[in-house]
Design a protein around this ligand. Structure first.
Ligand SMILES: [Zn+2]
Ligand SMILES: [Zn+2]
Length: 311
């Protein structure tokens, strides 16, 4: 697997490089452990994060999954190819909700009979109704944690205008030197951050959270009708930059090593504004988490992020 993923964004390039050894699914042989003390088989790559499409790859020692599938099947397969992967190498796809920017690839990916598709009942029902073939759904209950291979998954309800949208919290690893405990939250598409969700946000190493729009840019956007602006701004719409920051400020004793702002609107946000807003916040924390802003406009095809060691 060559390290051939295009790194198009300076912010992305600043992230830790992907170590070949860390991509192996088995643990490193003991003689090589010292060389790669933290590179034990986990990788998290955001293939795309914006209002146009959301999809990430999470690999652990035992699992290789997509989190959301908001790119076309063809584009998803192409990007996987750049990572040296085929769809056959994936185990499963986890879906947060039925909106196209999270599920557009389902039709194409459902052609691979070995793939399992995880969603709650209402989301699966909404998606299945639009598909030409029956999908092997793995139905989970929102708010009930479950295991899949070496992953612990907790789907948490989020306020958004879909049937039963969730955020995903993932954890894996044994909490020893060679398989350190890791945790990650994927929190997109929510109109506000309820208290019970805010309480959980601080407990992960890596937090991906939505900073969808700048309130002034949305207000002054000439292309969006008022009704759509109201939908986006509603309690079941999307988080503005200010709302995301306010929610993160409310988190008590966060243990983030990386804070990643994503799902930016192409028209109604500006990555530099997001960076300016969140950089002082990150710097105010001790220890300060690394900040990543996923720019939707700096992607030639899709925006990519590599985060191998997740620390
Ligand atoms: Zn949505
Ligand atoms: Zn979305």
């Amino acid at each position: 697997m060559g390290n051939s993923v295009p790194l198009t964004n300076g912010k992305i390039q600043a992230l830790p490089p992907v170590a070949e050894e860390g991509r192996r699914r088995k643990r490193l042989p003991s003689g090589r452990r010292d060389s790669f003390p933290s590179a034990v088989g986990s990788r998290f790559v955001i293939l795309s994060s914006s209002s146009a499409g959301n999809c990430a790859l999470l690999e652990t020692d035992e699992a290789r999954i997509l989190v959301d599938a908001g790119l076309s099947g063809r584009k998803t397969v192409g990007l996987l190819g750049e990572l040296g992967l085929r769809p056959e190498d994936l185990d499963a796809v986890f879906l947060t909700h039925e909106h196209q920017d999270h599920a557009a690839g389902l039709r194409g990916l459902s052609r691979y009979p070995h793939l399992r598709f995880f969603a709650n009942r209402d989301t699966a029902r909404a998606l299945q109704a639009k598909l030409p073939r029956r999908v092997p759904w793995q139905i989970f209950d929102t708010e009930t944690a479950f295991l899949y291979k070496d992953l612990e998954i907790r789907p948490c309800s989020v306020p958004h205008d879909a049937h039963d949208p969730v955020a995903f919290f993932f954890a894996w690893g044994q909490d020893d030197l060679f398989s350190p405990r890791r945790s990650l939250a994927w929190v997109n598409d929510l109109g506000h951050v309820p208290q019970r969700l805010a309480e959980r946000l601080g407990a992960v190493d890596t937090l991906v959270v939505e900073a969808n729009h700048d309130e002034d840019l949305l207000e002054n956007d000439p292309r969006r009708p008022w009704s759509l602006k109201q939908r986006i701004r509603s309690r079941h719409g999307h988080l503005s930059n200010d709302a995301a920051l306010e929610a993160l400020r409310s988190v008590q004793r966060p243990r983030w090593r990386r804070l990643c702002l994503g799902h930016l609107s192409r028209d109604c946000n500006d990555p530099s504004r997001v960076e300016d807003l969140f950089a002082p916040f990150c710097a105010s924390l001790s220890p300060a988490p690394a900040l990543s802003v996923l720019s939707p406009t700096e992607q030639p095809a899709v925006l990519l992020e590599h985060s191998h060691a997740l620390h």
